[in-house]
Design a binder for this molecule. Sequence first.
Ligand SMILES: [Zn+2]
Ligand SMILES: [Zn+2]
Length: 388
Amino acid sequence: MQTADNIASDKIFAYKIRGVAKRSIAESKFRIRPLPLEDELLSSWLVRTAYMHHSDPATFLNLYLPEYDYRLWDTDLDLYCYDILTAKLADKTGFIKERIYGMTLKSYESYLAEKIYSNNRNKFIIPIYRRQRNVRQFAQRVCPVCLKEDKEAYLRKKWRLFFSTACIKHKCFLIDSCPSCGTPFAVNKRLYDGNFPHCRKCGFSFKTAEPEFINENSYGLKAIQKLYDILNKGTFEFESRFYYSFLFFDMLNHFTKFIKWGYRKNLPIEENILGAEDLPASNAQGISYVTELGIKEQYVIFSALMRLSESKESMVRFLSVNKITVKKLSRSMDYIPFWFSDIYDTINKTKYSYNIIETRNALLYLQKNGITPNIKNLYKIYGMGVSK
Ligand SMILES: [Zn+2]
Ligand SMILES: [Zn+2]
């Protein structure tokens, strides 16, 4: 079996054979085509593939995909991978397109959000670039213990999500920067080739980072597990009914705004995570709250929100004690997801909520019986008073 090591001993460097065979390389398949690992991120797979060819990742991509003229690594490759590139990579590997697509963050579309954008507008995906400024920031997280245990170290797709603050397997916080010099980790930059992943500035190996463990009873770990379950299944269960997962994530994002604006009464904040610190309040316009927070603060906020969302009762209680009115609730919200309408109605003091089918049937019933199908008559057959 060919492994990265015995290829290394062959000292075959792809970039050394350009000149003679550059054109034929551009038209050929990758010589070595490693299978994507469990939950592997596209950029990670490309780095591994390049190293197996004993080539620098930028050189490698330029040899096989010269039409992009070295620009691929300048973008957020995991988000940017459009249909054309996906098809090209499928062609270079002989893998089906879905296999390449599955490694991109775009594959979270209709799970994490109805739409995944190829820029920074995704609510739960950590952006690589800061808005409006082309500055790289802390975007890629890693679990040092996972990397250490990996037969071949690689990056997980879910490590690009804001709620991936800790590793649920190893019960430790993820890290997004070099523990030795503080430089943000970037998948496309390195100090030397090999020993992936390491700090691009000082060469520190992320596999050797000392993990910061979390008490195994911490609710935050359960919260992350629940979030992953919802994301993987594409559905979530609330009050014994099932709904699409992105409708849940929409509401989760909405609730982070209340915490940003300072509504924190009855918020189940875990102790011993932030020390004496509190979650900061913020007035920053146009920036989502989670992007302003550090990993531990994000851990605490998702822990609290997942606990709140366990039942209708706890959500209603939170909204009530914080005096979050229907007006506040609907502000900056395009629509009320139907799973939430029951909670909305309770806050709104509308007595009951009926689902769409029931309502439609009721309207048909009214029509059939020659009664004007309006709200007043609808409420009458439901036995409710008309709310003011
Ligand atoms: Zn881990
Ligand atoms: Zn460093």
